[in-house]
Design a protein around this ligand. Sequence first.
Ligand SMILES: N[C@@H](CCC(=O)N[C@@H](CS)C(=O)NCC(=O)O)C(=O)O
Length: 412
Amino acid sequence: MALVLHSWKANKNAYKAFIAAEYNGVKIDLSPDFVMGVTNKSPEYLKMNPIGKVPVLETPDGAIFESNAIARYVARLKDSSLFGSSSIDYGHVEQWIDFSTTELDAHISTILRPRFGYGVYHPAVEEAANAALKRSFAALNSYLASNTFLVGHSVTLADIILTCNLYLGFTYILTKSFTSEFPHVERYFWTLVNQPNFRKIIGEVKQTDAIPPVKTPEEAAAAAKPKPEPKKQEEKPKAAPAAEEEAPKPKAKNPLDLLPPSKMILDEWKRLYSNTKTNFREVAIKGFWDMYDPEGYSLWFCDYKYNDENTVSFVTLNKVSGFLQRMDLARKYAFGKMLVIGSEAPFKVKGLWLFRGQEIPQFVIDECYDMELYEWKKVDISDEAQKERVNQMIEDQEPFEGEALLDAKCFK
Ligand SMILES: N[C@@H](CCC(=O)N[C@@H](CS)C(=O)NCC(=O)O)C(=O)O
């Protein structure tokens, strides 16, 4: 018998096992007839998990309940690096799993439950949970200032479990006004949910714009009333305080597609940039200015606001790579160069961006949180010194502004 997970699909507690399975190359099937509030109350289910909570993993050797235990079991099925590579790594993985469960998930759940009509809303309880959550975020933020992952230099089970717990928070209650105080946690979260093995399971993640209102006692009572037996699995699960998939909405046209046509064909420039191997100044840079359309496009310098924090080279490089990954949504409308400058810490991060239109596109500002980590300045192309700086950034000139380059990354 294969492994079968009893849950509805969009449950962050089920994601933990599915993501671990992706990393380990393990196959888990989702139970096809699971109906929340019905299946988990059946005698067969209660035999597997006497408390009737979800998920449960059915294995050839018996069932396992508790989502962290399930994820640990899946992680151990293969000799992978999901527990790190030493005893101390293993200890740290377990430490962060416990932190994630008791210091993050518990408080997120306290804030979330009354919003799903469970339990009684009490402002003092919520205030205490909020304060505790801030304390945990501050601790996590300071740790992540110099660490890309929770343990070692790659994803472990600790990252999987903690990110799934943050996912519930980010998608329901942790608005930008809460998370922006913790830029390293934000960066970590977006980096992790965009790892291919996470994305494959969770899909695209969108941070909530608003905290849902608390349900009134009447609404809560109505929600608590037993509902007629759902007929189809698609019916909304009653007791599922987790992300549910929304029907896809028709895609609105990007406003940049409505701009007057430009003589500059971005792909042509990107091809010229990629294909020029010699005489870069004479061929690519000259070609750029020949093509450049100052009405259809604008150029921007960006300067990282927190260079003092760039104390570890690989963390700084990962930060920039993460930014470029998140800019993926702007590929049709942008070209960018990001320079990581200096031969020793703290490293400076500076960049040059070409955007369609005269402003930084609003959807980029809205969707890519990195934008606010940089100071942006429009390039004045009538100023020869600024134009020359553009050239130097495009061609990765070294030294740049008197310093060596640690790396230069291109978004094309
Ligand atoms: N600690 C458990 C929590 C499981 C849990 O609370 N599951 C919720 C759905 S996400 C549930 O089954 N609620 C129904 C209930 O409380 O009866 C785990 O991580 O598996």
